[in-house]
Write a protein that binds this ligand. Sequence first.
Ligand SMILES: [Zn+2]
Length: 213
Amino acid sequence: MYSYENSGDATRSPNEFYTPVRKKTSPTRQNPPETLRPPAAEHSAKAIQHVSTYLRQLREHYFAVARPLSHQHKASMASCFSPALLDQVRIVQLEGQRVPTPSFYAEARALGFSNLPEVTHMDSVTFLDVVVFNETLTERSLFHALVHAVQFQILGVERYTELFVQSFMRTKTYFTVPLEAHAFSLVSKFLRPSPERFSVEDHVRQWVADGRY
Ligand SMILES: [Zn+2]
C-alpha cells in the first residue's frame, strides 16, 4: 500500500512549505515508477464523498436534539451575522460525550493521511447549520462556528467539503486550511478591544470571489 507521505509530485504544490516535519523527503526527489503513483484524484474524490456524507449524517442526527440560539447569543453576534442566519442555526451542547471520530478515519490513516483534524478535541464542530459544542459554548467558539455556517451556506456542502479536503491534502495541517484560517482571523477581528461592525457574509463572499479558499 502506498502512502501520500512518500508519493510522487502528483500531490505536491507550492503550499508544501507548510507541510509539518512528519513528511519524509526523498533525497533525490525522483518520481516513483508510474505504477506506484497514487491515484490522488481518486482518493480526493473518495475523501470528499466520505466527508460530505459524514457532515450531512451528523447534521441530521444532531438536528433532532438541537435548539435555536438564545436571544442573548443572537444579540452578541448581531453585529456580524444576519438575523436570517442567526434564526436558522441550531446548537447542541454536549455534556459527558463528544462528537465521535468519523468512521472513515481508519481507512484514511491506512492510506497514509496523518494529522487528521481531531474532532473530539475541537471546541465545536459545525455540521452545515447545526453546531455541536464539545466544550461549553463561549462567545469565541460560537463566533468561529458561525463563520463555518456562513461558509456552508455560501459555498454549499459539496464545494465546502471539496475545498476543505483539497486544501488539507496540500497543507496536511488543519489550521492552515483557508476555511479554518479565515474563521480564526475573523474571530480575532471580532474580539479586538474596540470591535467594529462587519459582515462575515461579505468577508466570506469576498474570499470566494478572490479564490482564497
Ligand atoms: Zn473551525
